[in-house]
Design a protein around this ligand. Structure first.
Ligand code: SF4
Length: 71
């Protein structure tokens, strides 16, 4: 068995709380084209400026990469 990182209930509870906060944050990130670093407001720079279809705009594609802009 690996060496324990958390040896007290308090440490475990603190870690669980931090992980839950991170999961909430990650789940709040919208992964559509609008938040992708390749989106220029109309088209996709990775696709030569072609406008993605509505369903792709909404949910993004596998090449989605977050621009880290929070809005
Ligand atoms: S999610 Fe995909 S299609 Fe949309 S802008 Fe990013 S790379 Fe282009």
């Amino acid at each position: 068995m690996s060496e324990a990182q958390y040896t007290t209930k308090k440490e475990i509870a603190k870690r669980v709380k931090a992980l839950k906060q991170e999961i909430t944050f990650l789940e709040s990130i919208h992964t559509g084209c609008g938040s992708c670093d390749a989106f220029d407001g109309r088209g996709c720079k990775r696709a030569g400026g072609v406008e993605p279809p509505p369903e792709v705009k909404l949910s993004g594609c596998p090449e989605w990469k977050w621009d880290e802009v929070p809005f």
